[in-house]
Design a protein. Structure first.
Length: 344
């Protein structure tokens, strides 16, 4: 069954996608259905984050199911709010569509967004739809809140602070490499299905990442307020250098302490890639990178899912990776950059 979007028109499509949305947050006074949404935030700081995702740049529909794409589009925005130590409350969803998409396609995409919102207690309060001549474009704005004294910025890291990361790194990047390889191998062979047995974790990390709300809750329960924090979207090295630059400090991280999943290691070997490089520069992990005072060391050891990977130093010591054999290499920002020109 395929229904052309033109049969409903813009407002008809919006009604179809949003008519049964029920608002869950007290701060959402009025959502979809008027010229603007109405929000109320007494006694809170408001956090706003926007992400733009373009077909052919940020995602490939050859191997990305639309429901997964919707889920991921929402999650990456929630992750930005959690990275400020905040709570996401509302999103607006804007989509530009070419004629190759049907109403059923967009409903599938929206079902992924709605699942993410349901899991994180976030309201869809508006957005826009438009025609596109170049494929699918997605713009999501997320609004959140935080107590004034609990917001964590990138610029608060201090000398001797501990550097921590959640989860494991490099898996999303290896999942992308795997999908790209299978796409090129099976190009034009519609009857052949790629075999992803044993590599499910890598695919899930690429196609269905999770925002680390659980860690934000654990830090609050342990009464730990990070001195700086970011989410890892472009790669650990890039994000850590952002924190060091904005905090005017240096750092030392240790190769042996960087958390890497077994499947990631196996895949890197299969691709003949350097495992540490994948973990440092891969991106799209959406894990949290944060610093805490050294006094919180004992408390941090009790929090499951967090790994201590190094410490902050004075600025004049620079930013370095200490390898397993004790060598010191300067950290470089080699994470993903969508605006970089492709090498010819």
């Amino acid at each position: 069954m395929r229904t052309e979007i033109a049969t409903l028109g813009e407002f008809g499509l919006i009604r179809r996608l949003t008519n049964d949305i029920k608002l869950q947050n007290d701060s959402s006074k009025y959502g979809v259905g008027d010229d603007a949404a109405v929000l109320s935030y007494p006694d809170k700081e408001i956090l706003v984050s926007t992400d733009l995702l373009m077909e052919g740049v940020h995602f490939d529909l050859t191997y990305t199911p639309l429901k997964h794409l919707g889920y991921k589009s929402a999650i990456v925005n929630f992750s930005d709010i959690y990275a400020m130590n905040g709570t996401p409350r509302q999103i607006t969803v804007s989509v530009a569509l070419s004629k190759r998409f049907s109403i059923e396609d967009i409903e599938e995409f929206y079902s992924g967004i709605r699942l993410a919102c349901q899991l994180h207690n976030v309201d869809i309060i508006g957005g826009d739809t438009s025609a596109s001549l170049t494929g699918l474009a997605i713009s999501i704005t997320c609004i959140g809140d935080a107590d004034k004294d609990k917001i964590v910025y990138r610029n608060g890291a201090k000398d001797t602070d501990l550097i921590c990361v959640t989860g494991d790194l490099g898996a999303a990047y290896m999942g992308l490499q795997l999908l790209e390889r299978e796409k090129s191998v099976f190009k034009g062979e519609e009857d052949i299905q790629p075999d992803f047995t044993g590599k499910e974790y890598l695919l899930e990390r690429q196609l269905k990442p999770e925002a680390r709300k659980d860690i934000i809750c654990k830090l609050a329960e342990a009464n730990i307020l990070p001195t700086s924090m970011m989410d890892i979207s472009d790669g650990l090295s890039s994000e850590l250098l952002h924190i060091c630059t904005q905090s005017d400090v240096g750092c030392r991280i240790y190769e042996e302490h960087i958390p890497i999943d077994y499947e990631t290691a196996v895949m890197a070997e299969e691709f003949n890639m350097n495992l540490t490089t994948c973990a440092l520069n891969g991106g799209e992990d959406y894990e949290l990178l944060f610093t805490v005072p050294i006094a919180d060391h004992e408390k941090m050891k009790e929090i499951e899912g967090v790994k201590l990977i190094g410490h902050i130093t004075k600025k004049d010591l620079g930013c370095a990776l200490i390898t397993r054999d004790g060598q010191e290499f300067e950290l470089k920002a080699q994470g993903w950059n969508s605006l970089q020109e492709e090498k010819k």
